[in-house]
Design a binder for this molecule. Structure first.
Ligand code: SF4
Ligand code: SF4
Length: 417
């Protein structure tokens, strides 16, 4: 996953310093600083060659990046900017070590001391002491003053039972075609209902979702943070599961970041197609159209493109096809749906102020549509958008398209008049 020093050098040579990346960088839009945009970052990264000392300004420049791929999408020379920045973070980690908070979180992903599953379950018992439910949205906000957390910061409610627990009680109907489902950490541990929704839709289409409990975190967040060894371990564990299930021809995920990471795994079985759920549903569009019949969403709905889906995987038409199918004329595009929401893995936690400024553009665009629902195919974006709605006191809810589709399929089809 991480580039070698030779590969970095070759990539850096491709940059012609044209500055086209400036037009689309959300960090540059907010800060106006040249060292914050890809061109400036690459200049600094070039300076470190072979050195064990970080040049002045390096830390800020390398740290202030959402890995949103916007610059990459706009770069006519095809410079692999996000890979270079991630590799620079690895170099930084080698010299300075990992931030202690990230170190603790990533230890959970590796099941060190306590597994992530047990950690979430323990947390679910005590969460009500410090956190309270949001009245109009899903998620929790603090009950009492907490250091570094303001009253509008939204965290997910920790469920007592994760997706694996819930699936233990389920039995698939006979005759279904097997398909792998990679839920990702957010769906598996924080939003298991989203996983059940996806499985329900797959079943309706004739597929039995196999969710191997051995699947680990996809490694995107550790890769973005410069923790190369954890990313490599997670990737190897997932590759082992993929090879053990090599007879299954397709894998779906409802998480944009997981899909982006999995599609980039070198050494994965070539006969297994990795698909975002919107791509999979598009492949089965005729059957889904028949299944849905006349059922349609009555609320206005708009859509935010997750960066790791649109720019990371080039998937933007399929989610729009899906939203048109379930909402018809009630689906309205927002201004700049492609712009990053400011979540960027852990960026929304570590750079709250800047992240909120980027988020504000998104909430204003969503507000302007008059929609009651903002759909997005990424659990990280959904959490960030929910916080945006809370901060701006907006009326809309952020939802995954698969939840909307599953809810519609649960409804009875309206009678012909
Ligand atoms: S758009 Fe690409 S080639 Fe142009 S300055 Fe940015 S990184 Fe370099
Ligand atoms: S990845 Fe996004 S935030 Fe980072 S430099 Fe490129 S456009 Fe800016």
């Amino acid at each position: 996953m991480t580039m070698t020093p030779f590969e970095i050098e070759e990539e850096l040579k491709k940059c012609v310093k044209c500055g086209a990346c400036m037009a689309v960088c959300p960090i540059y839009r907010q800060t106006g600083r040249e060292d914050m945009v890809a061109r400036g970052k690459l200049n600094l990264i070039e300076l470190i060659k072979g050195s064990k000392e970080l040049p002045a300004g390096w830390l800020e420049a390398v740290d202030y990046c959402l890995l949103c791929c916007s610059c990459e999408e706009n770069c006519s020379k095809g410079v692999k900017i996000t890979e270079i920045i991630a590799a620079a973070r690895v170099q930084q980690t080698e010299i300075m070590g990992l931030n202690p908070i990230k170190k603790g979180v990533f230890a959970l992903l590796k099941n060190r001391i306590i597994s992530i599953s047990r950690f979430v379950k323990l947390g679910s018992f005590g969460q009500w002491l410090l956190w309270q439910r949001l009245p109009r949205h899903s998620g929790l906000v603090r009950r009492l003053p907490l250091p570094g957390i303001d009253e509008k910061t939204v965290i997910p409610a920790l469920p007592k039972r994760n997706l694996d627990d819930l699936l233990r009680k389920q039995r698939a109907a006979a005759g279904l075609q097997p398909i792998l489902f990679f839920p990702g950490c957010a769906t598996r541990y924080l939003h298991p209902q989203m996983g059940l929704d996806l499985i329900f839709v797959l079943e309706k289409l004739g597929f039995n979702a196999i969710v191997p409990p051995e699947f680990k975190c996809c490694g995107m967040v550790t890769w973005g943070a410069g923790d190369e060894s954890t990313s490599a371990k997670l990737k190897q564990a997932n590759l082992k599961v993929l090879h053990e299930n090599a007879g299954i021809k397709q894998l779906v995920t409802g998480c944009a970041s997981c899909g982006h990471a999995l599609k980039d795994y070198d050494g994965r079985p070539q006969n297994c197609e990795i698909l975002d759920i919107s791509e999979f549903l598009f492949q089965h569009r005729e059957k889904l159209e028949d299944l849905l019949g006349k059922r349609k969403l009555r609320q206005k709905i708009t859509y935010h493109d997750p960066c790791h889906l649109r720019k990371g995987q080039g998937v933007s038409k399929e989610p729009r096809w899906l939203l048109n199918l379930i909402a018809g004329e009630n689906f309205i595009e927002m201004r700049h749906p492609e712009r990053c929401c400011g979540a960027g893995g852990t960026f929304g936690i570590t750079h709250k102020e800047l992240s909120r400024k980027i988020l504000k553009e998104k909430t204003l665009a969503a507000d302007a549509t008059g929609a009651g629902i903002v759909a997005s195919g990424c659990p990280g974006c959904i959490l960030q958008l929910t916080e945006g709605a809370v901060v701006a006191e907006s009326d809309w809810q952020a939802e995954h398209p698969i939840t909307l589709l599953a809810n519609l399929l649960h409804q009875t089809e309206p009678e012909e008049r």
